[in-house]
Design a protein around this ligand. Structure first.
Ligand code: ATP
Length: 344
């Protein structure tokens, strides 16, 4: 039976990279049935809503989404569709694996880092108001429930996949109550997992430590804002935002999306790198239990990177988005049997 998946192409480079990913995933051997839905400014023009009811109903029905980036206007306009969807479906855990691709030289080879970001609260609660003209207030909400839930998710992941170390990242020296609570919850949960080393680092120091000694970290556990910022920093280890996949997990629902945004500076030119959304698709295939198809796609991506003949310009090549997609499909078809992904 086919897996029904809600497909949200998004805007900016979203439609280009998702359509490349869909072509490849469809060629992987997994049976996928896409329910295409719109969100954001385009949806508002057509339906009068940024998140149309049909999109909500589709995700309620499929429980799985593959989502392209949706632009959030800066400094005004409607609030983030990404944040709203994560809240609506209680997608509390944002999972971002940072791993090198074979054959792609970077400043730091062999990076293997997992970022777990709390997705529903913190400063991204979007509760802001003007107190008096010239003074605004933005509330950072941290709850025991959400902090405990994300810490549990991180430690369960570590136990299940044999990860060795988790660092909770904070600024509890200044935000004693909010980050203090996040830290207390992480610390409490860590006691239930004695086999996993637990550490705590202050977020500004973490930025420096990451750049100087990235290999000291195994998994990072962060509240919402720090997770967003540190994810982009870590994307640079492995070649940039075009390469890092992500997944948002809740109880009974998961939406897979790249770490990058809608990249309006390169939209509509068929030059964006679809690897990040494609790798998000690989995570989705694994979530759906389609491990053989996931291995096939992963092996084909690895082969294309190793050969270095059809890479997009963000990683030093000259290929277009669609040429890259064709190369991955070709590599998949050339492989006679699923090949174990060879990582750096
Ligand atoms: P947001 O705040 O919406 O998460 P962002 O601040 O992370 O977005 P992006 O839209 O991701 O910003 O773009 C940051 C830079 O990375 C831009 O120069 C963009 O062109 C580049 N970039 C992002 N995604 C890709 C991609 N898939 N391929 C090539 N370049 C990309």
């Amino acid at each position: 039976m086919a897996h029904r998946v809600t497909l949200i192409p998004g805007d900016g480079i979203g439609p280009e990279v998702t359509s490349a990913a869909v072509r490849i995933l469809d060629a992987s051997g997994a049976k996928l049935e896409w329910d295409k839905q719109e969100a954001g400014a385009g949806a508002y023009e057509k339906y009068g809503e940024h998140i149309p009811k049909a999109l909500i109903e589709s995700i309620e029905c499929t429980g799985v989404g593959l989502k392209g980036p949706v632009t959030t206007p800066i400094g005004g306009g409607f609030s983030s569709i990404n944040v709203a969807l994560r809240k609506r479906f209680e997608l509390y855990a944002n999972f971002r694996p940072i791993q090198n691709l074979p054959g792609l030289p970077t400043r730091y080879p062999g990076v293997d880092l997992i970022i777990i970001r709390e997705n529903t609260e913190g400063l991204y609660s979007g509760i802001e108001h003007e107190v008096v003209p010239g003074v605004v207030e933005s509330l950072k909400i941290i709850t025991e429930k959400a902090s405990t839930r994300i810490a549990r998710f991180a430690f369960e992941f570590a136990r299940r996949y044999g990860r060795k170390k988790i660092h909770a990242i904070h600024k509890a020296n200044i935000m004693k109550l909010s980050d203090g609570l996040f830290l207390r919850c992480s610390r409490n949960i860590s006691k239930e997992y004695p086999e996993i080393t637990y550490g705590e680092h202050i977020v500004d120091n973490t930025c420096m430590q990451l750049v100087m000694h990235p290999y000291q970290y195994d998994m990072l556990l962060l509240e919402n804002l720090y997770g967003d910022i540190i994810s982009d920093l870590c994307a640079a280890f492995v070649g940039g935002l075009g390469l890092v996949p992500g997944a948002n997990f809740g109880d009974g629902c998961a939406i897979f999306e790249a770490v990058h945004g809608s990249a309006p500076d390169i939209a509509g030119r068929d030059i964006a790198n679809p690897t990040a959304i494609l790798l998000s698709g690989v995570l989705m295939l694994r979530h759906l239990g389609e491990n053989e198809a996931a291995d096939r796609v992963q092996a084909a991506i690895d082969r294309v990177y190793r050969s270095r003949t059809t890479l997009t310009r963000d990683v030093g090549g000259t290929a277009s988005t669609s040429q890259f997609a064709e190369a991955v499909i070709e590599a998949m078809q050339e492989a006679t049997a699923p090949v174990e992904a060879e990582r750096v």
